[in-house]
Design a protein around this ligand. Structure first.
Ligand code: SF4
Length: 481
């Protein structure tokens, strides 16, 4: 999995009106909590962000209204991530701070991976918690909330309902331009450091007909960028009679009227095929960026991690990407200090960075997680050494990124403008290859596709100015960074 991009997101805010489409989630629950408020904070990857959007949709349908401050909420939910120890700790620290505040009578719930992992034990560790629900049980949320609202003190949703993906047309998407769409849930891989197969359950793909119908609806609603999600998104197996392959699904979404950009994350190297590269090559709407987590450059470490590929096999996939007609950028995830990682193993990871030339690397220190195979192997690399390796790796990568970004100076790229900083008079855009570009602009550019001339480069972003002819039509798309 690569959506290992641990971050903390602010409480969800609503930017679009509630869909009026019918959904089984609404039955018997609409308006039951009218006038009540909720605060929902998300930890973790895009999958978690999108899960929160789905949960928010269920809550709004029940009559809850979102608020930005937990002190104003009748229902407080933390959607948790346990992929790193730090993220799990943050949830407990939030709950600790909340306990000290005391105050009004309210429901406190913990969702996601930490909830699934801790289960009923959560109530002992954090007695103020009323609801513990793993992501595979979100379809039971309305019933669980009903029990809490009628006075039950503690409820849990911890079954791994492997027969379905939690999808609802009530989803409250937080970004007005980019829509996340889950196409596959769970994971059948067995990486020795990872909790996801235990917390999200077995792999299950959604029928392509449902995915395409959802994407069509989103395009009609004005979303121009679709991001297909899955822990191992390219392991997608269409259960419908159409039996679309992952690359065929990509093409069908890319060809949809109104869709200007399609991204997908996270790809597993084992299931990464040349057909995916060919699809990107021939369809400009498919963004020329691939996130392909490698985790380590050492075969010995990859074997212990149970990553199911060697360094050489991974590099063959990279070669396939580099041979594409379009310049496809590649990002990755790396864990340093995995148990047994020697200095030589680490140096192999550094040399892999040079071999590949990544445009972005998300790197982390290994932290043993409960219920994983690697837990019993110990944590042999001292914390200080892990810290040193992380620093060396990040500095090494910064230099690579700076060189790659400097090569972009003087060129023009199309960006989707995602934000505007009034204080600086700066707009922020993103290229199809996922580079951030800051440029002087106005707030009304947000949501538009603009051509930018890059005038400067840092390790993490570019700066530029609007190109002489800056508006980009759909037909002109595809000249990516
Ligand atoms: S088990 Fe491996 S492939 Fe599956 S989500 Fe975890 S890291 Fe990714």
């Amino acid at each position: 999995m690569g959506s290992n991009l641990v971050q903390i997101l602010p409480a969800i805010t609503m930017s679009r009106s509630l869909s009026t489409a019918s959904s089984p989630m609404r039955e018997g629950s609409v308006g039951a909590a009218k006038g009540k408020t909720f605060y929902l904070e998300t930890f973790g990857c895009q999958m978690n962000v999108h899960d929160s959007e789905k949960v928010a949709g269920v809550l709004v349908a029940r009559g809850y209204r979102p608020v930005k401050n937990p002190d104003d909420a009748d229902l407080i939910l933390y959607n948790t991530c346990s992929i790193r120890e730090k993220a799990a700790q943050k949830v407990f620290s939030r709950l600790g701070a909340f306990r000290k505040r005391g105050g009004r009578d309210r429901i406190v719930g913990v969702l996601g991976c930490v909830a699934q992992q801790e289960g009923e034990a959560f109530f002992e560790r954090a007695p103020q918690v009323n609801l513990v629900c793993g992501s595979a049980s979100y379809s039971h949320l309305p019933a669980l909330l009903e029990r809490l609202e009628s006075g039950q003190r503690r409820v849990t949703g911890l079954s791994l309902d492997a027969d379905q993906c939690f999808e609802t047309e009530l989803t409250r998407r937080d970004n007005p331009f980019r829509a996340y769409v889950t196409i596959i849930e769970g994971c059948d891989k067995a990486c020795s450091y990872c909790v996801v197969p235990q917390t999200r359950g077995a792999e299950r793909s959604r029928p392509s007909s449902k995915i395409l119908a959802e994407c069509r609806r989103l395009a009609d609603e004005g979303y121009t960028e679709i991001q297909l999600l899955g822990q191992t998104v390219n392991s997608y197996r269409d259960p419908s009679p159409a039996h679309l392959s992952f690359s065929e699904l990509l093409i069908r979404v890319a060809e949809m009227p109104g869709v200007r950009r399609v991204r997908f994350t996270t790809s597993h190297p084992q299931d990464f095929t040349p057909e995916i590269v060919a699809a990107i090559d021939s369809h400009p709407s498919l963004c020329n960026h691939i996130h392909l987590p490698v985790q380590s450059g050492s075969n010995a470490v990859l074997r212990r991690m149970r990553r199911t590929y060697t360094r050489e096999e991974y590099l063959e996939k990279i070669m396939c990407i580099r041979n594409a007609r379009r310049a496809i950028s590649v990002s990755t995830d790396i864990i340093v200090g995995f148990c047994g990682e020697t200095e030589r193993d680490f140096e192999e990871t550094l040399s892999l960075l040079d071999n590949v030339g990544y445009d972005q690397v998300f790197s982390f220190k290994y932290s043993p997680r409960p219920k994983t195979a690697a837990l019993v192997w110990g944590d042999s690399v001292p914390e200080t050494e892990k810290g040193r390796r992380l620093e060396v790796l990040q500095q090494h990568q910064r230099e690579i990124q700076l060189r790659r970004n400097q090569a972009r100076v003087g060129k023009e790229f199309e960006v989707l403008v995602e934000g505007f900083q009034a204080r600086l008079g700066q707009a922020v855009g993103r290229t199809t290859s996922n580079q951030i570009v800051n440029f002087p602009g106005e707030s009304d550019l947000v949501g538009r596709y603009i051509r930018i001339l890059v005038t400067g480069a840092g390790a993490n972003s570019l700066v530029g100015v609007k190109a002489a002819r800056s508006e980009v039509t759909r037909e002109e798309q595809g000249a990516g960074a």
